[in-house]
Design a protein around this ligand. Structure first.
Ligand SMILES: NC(=O)C1=CN([C@@H]2O[C@H](COP(=O)(O)OP(=O)(O)OC[C@H]3O[C@@H](n4cnc5c(N)ncnc54)[C@H](OP(=O)(O)O)[C@@H]3O)[C@@H](O)[C@H]2O)C=CC1
Ligand SMILES: O=C1OC[C@@H](O)[C@H](O)[C@H]1O
Length: 364
């Protein structure tokens, strides 16, 4: 039997649009037959915007069936919504997710989860108290390609012992169009918005290395370059982590001024070769293994994406809710908290602060 998940979408920006389109894509096109998705409501700060979003993106069979709301709160109260997708700027993730959880809703919240670890911990506590589902929407984590990447490195040991990892996620943000990236009040800067993907590859290679056993890194050394447009935010941040148990050094970089090197956004170097992921660090389609041994050559695993690729995380949420889970095994909230702790430390080393109004945590 197919399990259908009814979604309520909060906000009508760029990623909300892509997520909506992926929800209504035919699951069979990605070989999925056990779950599907039904968008039932969209909330915006303006009723006109919510309605325009629904009209623009709903296929004929959904016209008139998706409810528009002019407040996010009204959507949280809708009994037809099984799961809320939060697609607001990061500065609002804590507040929006908290309200949705308190209304008894399951929540998938866009990346980065919150602006600091304290907020992430509070959301985790509230989800447990309310007995509802919570996950950060790090979509890439749910790509089938990622399973192949982990298998090549940690199961097949295709490149032998891993020594060093480079990973990058960068692309320019336009100071006029992408204003949220340049404002501290909206949680801007390269680290939070783009650095999450450099951290994702760091975690997959080092934190999840069988010898590391999910231990934190022994060393974190980070440097940020502040933006001349607004020195309150970082335009580039580089983070070196050392993982003693697995004996790996990892260099993760992010910049909102320049592009990632296209041919290689992730390079994992081992004793027997290298694993390379070409662009894009958040939407990869290939894993390439280059063997050092003469005559071994290379092997390429290709994973074309039949859509944007956001549907895989939605499928994971649907399966979790079908199975009565409150957290996802592949990406539990504890790991989002760990990511936020890492980012807190990077910001501490570089004296990068957001305004109190967005760093606040309610007493609990
Ligand atoms: N997974 C991915 O690939 C991507 C994830 N993201 C993440 O998604 C989130 C949203 O990003 P994106 O969609 O690009 O952002 P946009 O600026 O395009 O949209 C944000 C939406 O949030 C709502 N909103 C509520 N309050 C504010 C406010 N004070 N200022 C601006 N918007 C507000 C608005 O919707 P309304 O007016 O309808 O209420 C707005 O359309 C971020 O956390 C970002 O990191 C972004 C891009 C890609
Ligand atoms: O999350 C995102 O926002 C920034 C983009 O670079 C990235 O590709 C996208 O997934």
């Amino acid at each position: 039997m197919v399990f259908s998940l009814r979604w309520g979408i909060v906000a009508t920006g760029g990623i909300a649009e892509l997520f909506f389109k992926d929800l209504i894509a035919d699951p069979a096109l990605r070989g999925v037959t056990d779950v599907n998705h039904i968008p039932v409501a969209v909330a915006s700060r303006s009723l006109e915007k919510a309605q325009a979003f629904i009209d623009a993106h709903s296929p004929a069979e959904l016209q008139g069936k998706v409810k528009p709301y002019d407040t996010y709160d009204a959507l949280y109260k809708d009994p037809d919504v099984d799961c809320v997708y939060i697609a607001t700027p990061v500065s609002l993730h804590y507040e929006n997710t908290l309200e949705a959880l308190r209304a008894g809703k399951n929540v998938l919240c866009e990346k980065p989860f919150t602006v600091n670890a304290a907020q992430a911990k509070h959301l985790h506590a509230v989800a447990k108290e309310q007995n509802v589902f919570l996950m950060e929407a790090v979509w890439t984590r749910f790509f089938p390609l990622v399973e192949q990447f982990k298998k090549v490195l940690h199961v097949d040991n295709a490149i032998g012992r891993i020594h060093r990892v480079y990973c990058d996620h960068s692309h320019p943000f336009d100071p006029v169009k992408d204003t949220r990236a340049y404002q501290a009040s909206t949680g801007g800067g390269a680290l939070l918005d783009l650095g999450v993907y450099a951290i994702l590859w760091t975690l997959l290679t080092c934190y999840h290395h069988p010898d590391n056993q999910l231990s934190p890194p022994d060393v974190i050394q980070a440097v940020s370059l502040r933006s001349p447009i607004n020195p309150e935010v970082d335009e580039s941040t580089s983070v070196i982590t050392v993982w003693e148990k697995a004996k790996i050094m990892c260099i993760g970089t992010s910049s909102m001024m320049t592009y990632s090197p296209g041919e290689c956004v992730v390079r994992v170097q081992g004793t027997k070769g290298q694993v390379i992921i070409p662009i894009h660090g958040s939407r990869p389609e290939k894993v390439i293994v280059l063997y050092d041994a003469p005559g071994m050559g290379s092997r390429t695993y290709e994973y074309p994406i039949p859509g944007q690729g956001l549907f895989w995380e939605a499928d994971a949420v649907a399966r979790d809710l079908r199975d009565g889970k409150k957290f996802d095994d592949n990406y539990p909230v504890e790991e989002s908290i760990f990511v936020m702790e890492l980012m807190d430390e990077v910001r501490r080393q570089n004296n990068l602060k957001f305004p109190d109004e967005i760093e606040f945590v309610e007493k609990y």
